[in-house]
Structure formats: C-alpha cells, structure tokens
Design a protein around this ligand. Sequence first.
Ligand code: SDX
Length: 433
Amino acid sequence: MGKKVTLKYNEKEYNFDLLKGSEDENAIDVSKLRSDLNLITLDPGFKNTGSCKSAITFLDGEKGILRYRGYSIEDLAKNADFLEVAFLLIFGELPTKNQLNKLIADIQDNAIIDEDLKKILVSFPRSAHPMGILSSLTSALIAFNPEKKISLTKKTGDEHAYMYNLIVKLLAKIPILVAWVYRRRNGLSLDYGDYTQGYVENVTKMMFQRPNQKYIKNDVIVNAMNKLLILHADHEQNCSTSTVRIVGSSEASLFASVSAGISALWGRLHGGANQAVLEMLEAIKNDGGDTKKFMEKAKDKNDSFRLMGFGHRVYKNFDPRAKIIKVTAHEVLKDLGIKDPILNIAKSLEKEALNDPYFTSRKLYPNVDFYSGIIYKALNIPTEMFTVMFALGRVPGWIAHWREMRMNNDPIGRPRQVYTGSKKRDFLPLKNR
Ligand code: SDX
C-alpha cells in the first residue's frame, strides 16, 4: 500500500495517494479532489502542479541536473549527434546503427515540400518575424500532408508505423522550412538540401550555401550547431512543450500541435529570450558598456527592464546548458577568429549578477538563452532567427511529448478556475442603461 497524504477539511480527514517518481520526487495525486470534496487547487503558472507522468526528461532545478531518458546533457552534448538524440527522446533508446541509417534514409525520402508552400512563404512581408512565418508554414504543412486520426490506444503495428511516418515527415520538413525562412530574408534560392550528408550538416548547408560558391564544410560551425540543437532538444514540461501537449490532447494533429508550440516559444520570457539577450547586450554596448546601470534597472521594480537570459522557473542553480554554451561560445569565437565585445559584456554582467544579493537571494542564474545568441551571431545568423534555431532544436522534444501523451491516452487538458466575476443579474434593455 503506497503512502498517503491527509487533508483535513470541514472537520473531516481525507487521504490522497503520495506518488513517487523514479528520481524520488513526490507528488500528491489530487485527481479525485473535485469528485470527493468538490474542491479544486489554484496554482497560477502551474509552479507547483504536475500536468502528467512522463519518462522523457528529468531535471533537478536545485542541483542543476538535466537528463534525456537518463543520459546526462553533458554526456550527450559532448558525444552524441543531434539525430541520435532526437531518436532517443522520441523512441526512448539510443538508436542502433541500422535504426539511425534507416531514420536518415526515411528523412531523406521525405525531404521535399510542395512547391505551393513557397507561395505562402513569399506572401509574407520580408519584415515578418521568422517565428510567425515558421509557425504558419508548419501548420500549412497539414494542407499538403493530410493526417488521419491515430488512436494509438489499440497499439497496433500499423498505427505505430503511421506515427513513425508522421514523425519522419516533420523531422525532414522543419529544417527545410527554417532554411527557407532564413534564405528568403536574404533573397536566396529555396532548395531541399541532402540529408545523406548528415542531418546537422544539411541544416547548415541549406542555410549558408551561397549561389555560385562551392560549399565547404566548416566543422566548427557544424559541431557548434550540433551541440546547440542537442542542448535545446527537450526540457520537460516548459511553456511550449505544455502547449504542444495540451493542443495534442484534443487529438489535434502533430503538425498543428508543433505549430502551437512554436508560437508559445516565441515569447520573450521563453525561447524569445535568446533574441532579447542579444538586443540587451547590444543596447549595453551602444550605451557605453555600463553594465552596472543596467543591473540597477533590472532590480528596479518600477522599471520593466529584466536581465534577459537570467532566472528560470525550475533552475535555482546554474542551468547546466548555460555552462556548456558559455564554454562553446568562447571556443567558437576563438576558432573562427572573432573578437566580439558582446561576449565580454555578457561575462561582466554574469559576474556582477552572481555577486549581487538581489540575484543571489532570488537564485537567478544565467539560463540557456544567455550565451546561445553569441554563438548564433558568430555563425552569422541574424538576431531575429535566434528563436527559430531554438525551435529547430526543440522539435524532437515536442514530438516526443506529443507521442507520449497520445500513447498514454492522456485525457484532454481542461483546467478549472476560481470565478471572481459578477453574480447572477438580469438583462437590462438598452433604453434603461
Ligand atoms: C526558457 O521552463 C523552461 O524549461 C524554459 C526553458 C526551456 O528550455 O524550455 O528553459 C527556456 O524559457 C529559459 C528562460 C528564458 N527567459 C528569460 O531569460 C527571461 C528573463 N527571465 C525571467 O523573465 C524569469 O526569470 C522567468 C520567466 C524565466 C522565470 O520567471 P518565474 O519563475 O515566474 O519567476 P518570477 O518572475 O516570479 O521571478 C521571481 C523574482 C521576482 O522578483 P520578486 O517579485 O521576488 O521581487 O525574481 C525576479 C522577479 O522580478 N526576476 C528577475 C528576473 N527573473 C526573475 N529580476 C530581474 N531580471 C530577471 N531576469
């Protein structure tokens, strides 16, 4: 018999199951709270509320631990290829050589996009934010790849085969859409690339290939991109992944759910922070580099300015991804022979914040977005494309969670509320108002 938690209410005691996760986290199962006690919980931002059981990613905010299916982020960032990590997140195990070869071949078979989708792309003004275009094109993919209803609860072989094909389609088409969004901004041709060169290699080639120039592979760029995509691949129930799960819980298609996730990621408090960090660092540089002035602004409650790239809903210690990206930023700038004052401004901001009681008392540390923009900038990726690169990395995580939610047959997401509006009142005809 599992442990219980007792709630005393209206002079009566009620017992609720205490659930224990595989890393010994504890949760009170309140799924019968409303039916048994006619009570709900209130938790704005779900800071203390679990939405599901999941076996994909574990993170410990206090210890700064992040693991994908049990493998540490440090291990994967150092040793793995992004497509291996995508397979691991989605299907639960690192792929064998045959599984990986089959995946890349299946992705290559799907590496085409209906030419009519280009008409949607070019209908956007050139000034349109790339995240809005990517979200729209991802949703538009449904029109060219109609999906049938999948009821994985039967767990039949053909349902899994159909799900696999859907997943492969998205893994194949999203990088092409990302490259198209980037290239269209620069007035360049739109092609499909060749995944047999390697998944990440093809992403960099599709983005950076210039007409009439022989493409020369730059290992520094491909390795940096590979590491960044791995570091962004999943992060359990963050805002955009929760969005994908709740949209998918209505049995909306995978493409529609991921399109919604892209929109959620766009916000500057979430994935949009990597763009906001670079804009902040550029503003500090253009203002003369006085980091102390901006630190004071970040602490001033009357000032809406926040130190972008700092703080995290879960990490109350260093974001392990930020540690890896900080080292990678230094390596990439050195290998590419780039001296960027922005990196020094970032380092002095970090040093000051880590010694400032306002930040240390609130456990505000650099997060994944603080240094990533410095690398994207070194790779000549425009600031407005930074969050698109975050989305590209997060696609396998979104797919993994959508698949897990459907295979677990999770119920449609429908939170309750505490109503604070008017009590019952009668309609007042216009002439009497
Ligand atoms: C991502 O959830 C994930 O896993 C997300 C992510 C992923 O991989 O999916 O890790 C990616 O979104 C990283 C976060 C990127 N966002 C930013 O860098 C934006 C700047 N950070 C903040 O807006 C904030 O820290 C959040 C949104 C990240 C977290 O906000 P919370 O958990 O709701 O915390 P809070 O806003 O309640 O802040 C607690 C206190 C407040 O002060 P007090 O009311 O206690 O006086 O800390 C302060 C806040 O004002 N604070 C900051 C701050 N972040 C929090 N003050 C100045 N600068 C900041 N950055």
